[in-house]
Design a protein around this ligand. Structure first.
Ligand SMILES: O=C(O)CCC(=O)C(=O)O
Ligand SMILES: [Fe+2]
Length: 408
C-alpha cells in the first residue's frame, strides 16, 4: 500500500491533517458501509497507466503535471481576481449536492422538495457566502449514522481513512479545529453576512461552485490553461481513442461537500488543484446495486440510494455493492472512465478542474461491455418515453413486457 495514502489516512482519522496552503479544517470521511479497494496509483511514464486507460479502468496519475500551472497559482485569491463575473453555485442544506435538471420536471412535479438550489454569482460573492456557510461548526455535527454494516474488507483500511465511531461527518478534531481555523470575527463579517443573506445562504449550508471554463475567464486563467500539459493530454486521448474534449469544469467546494454517486457519459480526467477529495468509484456493472433514477427524471444518472441511510427494503442489492477509492491531492489526476459511478467528498476546501472527453467510436463486439449495455438501456427508455408520449406510462409498459416472461 502507498505510504503517503496510509499516512494521510491515519492523520485524517486522528483529525490532524492540515494540507499545505489549505486553511479549512479537514473533515473525516463519511461512513459509507461499502467495501472498497484502493484505486491504483501510477506515474505518467508507467506502462500500467496506459494499459488501465485502454481497458477503461480507473487509476490515479501521480506526476503528470497535467494541470501544474493551476496547482501552482489557482488559489482562492487568484480565482477571485481572474474568474468571470457570472458563476454557477449550488447551495445545499444537507451537504449533498445532488444534480437536478429542472428542465426535466414534468407538469405537476415539484422542485421544491429538492434541497439543492442553483444560483449565479460573482466569485467574490461566492467567497463571502462560503465564509458565512462555514462560520459555525454545525455542519460538522454528526449526521445520521449509516445503517450499513461495518466495511466488509480489510482493503478499506488501506485505501482510505476509517470513519470515526462517533459520527459519519464529525469535527476532525474539535480542539484543533477551534484553535486553527476559527478566525476572530473579521471587519468584513457584516458585509459577508449581508451578501449571504441576499442569496439566502446560512451558516451550516454547503456552497459549491461549478463553472465551465469558457471565454469569459480572465487572461491570467487563460495563460495558465494554455500551459497545461496538452502534449500528455493529447497522448492519452489518442492512446485511449477518445473523441473531442468538450468541457473543463472548475469545481470549488468547501470541506464537507458531497457529490452523491452518479455516472457521466463522458471520459473524465479529474485534476486536483487545491485541498483533498475522497473519490469512491463503482464499476458500470454495479448498476443493479445503485438503482439509478429513470432516464426522464431530473436526477437521471444518479443513484436513488441515500448512502447515509440506505433503504435496504427498497434497494436490497445496495448491500452487495463494492467499490474502489482514493484520496486525491494537488497535482494528482484521477481517470474516471465513462459510465463509472463516482461519489466525491471534499475533505477540505477544495479546487479541482476536470477534462471531459466524448467517448470514442464504439467497437461493437459481443458480448457487449456493461457500458454499452447501459447505453442501450438508456436508448430504450428514451425511445419508449417518446413513443408513449408520456414517460409516466413506462413503468406499467415495462412491467407488462417482462413480468412472467423475462423474470424468474
Ligand atoms: O468533484 C466533485 O464533487 C464531483 C466531480 C464530478 O462528478 C465529475 O467531475 O464528473
Ligand atoms: Fe461526475
Amino acid at each position: 500500500m502507498d505510504q503517503v495514502a496510509s499516512h494521510i489516512s491515519q492523520q485524517i482519522e486522528r483529525g490532524r491533517l492540515r494540507l499545505p496552503g489549505v486553511s479549512s479544517p479537514v473533515v473525516n470521511c463519511r461512513q459509507l458501509g461499502v467495501a472498497t479497494q484502493p484505486i491504483p496509483r501510477y506515474r505518467a511514464t508507467d506502462d500500467a497507466a496506459r494499459l488501465a486507460l485502454r481497458s477503461k479502468t480507473p487509476f490515479v496519475l501521480l506526476d503528470s503535471s497535467i494541470a501544474a500551472p493551476a496547482v501552482e497559482r489557482w488559489d482562492l485569491e487568484f480565482l477571485k481576481e481572474h474568474l468571470g463575473m457570472s458563476n454557477t453555485v449550488f447551495v445545499s442544506s444537507t451537504g449533498k449536492v445532488k444534480y437536478f435538471d429542472e428542465t426535466r420536471l414534468t407538469p405537476g412535479q415539484e422542485a421544491s422538495h429538492h434541497d439543492v438550489r442553483k444560483l449565479t454569482m460573482r466569485f467574490a460573492e461566492f467567497l463571502e457566502c462560503m465564509a458565512v456557510a462555514a462560520r459555525q461548526t454545525e455542519r460538522f455535527a454528526p449526521r445520521p449514522q449509516s445503517s450499513c454494516n461495518e466495511p466488509t474488507t480489510s482493503t478499506q483500511r488501506d485505501s482510505c481513512c476509517q470513519p470515526t465511531a462517533a459520527a459519519a461527518v464529525a469535527p476532525a478534531d474539535a480542539a484543533a479545529f477551534d484553535s486553527n481555523s476559527q478566525q476572530p470575527p473579521a471587519a468584513s463579517d457584516d458585509s459577508a453576512a449581508r451578501i449571504a443573506s441576499q442569496f439566502g445562504i446560512h451558516s451550516g449550508d454547503v456552497v459549491y461552485l461549478q463553472q465551465g471554463l469558457s471565454n469569459s475567464v480572465g487572461l491570467k486563467i487563460v495563460e495558465s490553461f494554455l500551459q497545461f500539459n496538452w502534449k500528455l493530454l493529447a497522448e492519452l486521448q489518442r492512446d485511449a481513442n477518445w473523441s473531442d474534449l468538450t468541457t473543463n469544469l472548475l469545481l470549488v467546494s468547501m470541506a464537507g461537500a458531497v457529490t452523491p454517486a452518479h455516472y457521466d457519459e463522458q471520459e473524465n480526467l479529474f485534476a486536483q488543484v487545491r485541498g483533498a477529495k475522497r473519490c469512491v468509484l463503482f464499476a458500470p456493472d454495479r448498476f443493479p446495486c445503485l438503482y439509478p433514477y429513470p432516464v426522464h427524471h431530473p436526477c437521471d444518472r444518479q443513484s436513488q440510494v441515500d448512502f447515509d441511510n440506505p433503504d435496504l427494503a427498497r434497494f436490497p442489492r445496495f448491500s452487495e455493492l463494492h467499490g474502489w477509492e482514493c484520496i486525491l491531492e494537488p497535482g494528482e489526476v484521477l481517470y474516471i472512465p465513462a459510465y463509472w459511478w463516482h461519489h466525491v467528498e471534499s475533505l477540505t476546501d477544495s479546487v479541482s478542474v476536470n477534462f471531459w472527453y466524448l467517448v470514442g467510436p464504439p467497437e461493437i463486439a459481443h458480448p457487449l461491455t456493461y457500458q454499452q449495455k447501459i447505453s442501450v438501456m438508456r436508448n430504450i427508455e428514451k425511445m419508449l418515453g417518446e413513443a408513449l408520449g408520456d414517460p409516466t406510462q413506462l413503468s406499467s409498459l415495462l412491467s407488462d413486457l417482462v413480468l412472467g416472461r423475462y423474470t424468474h
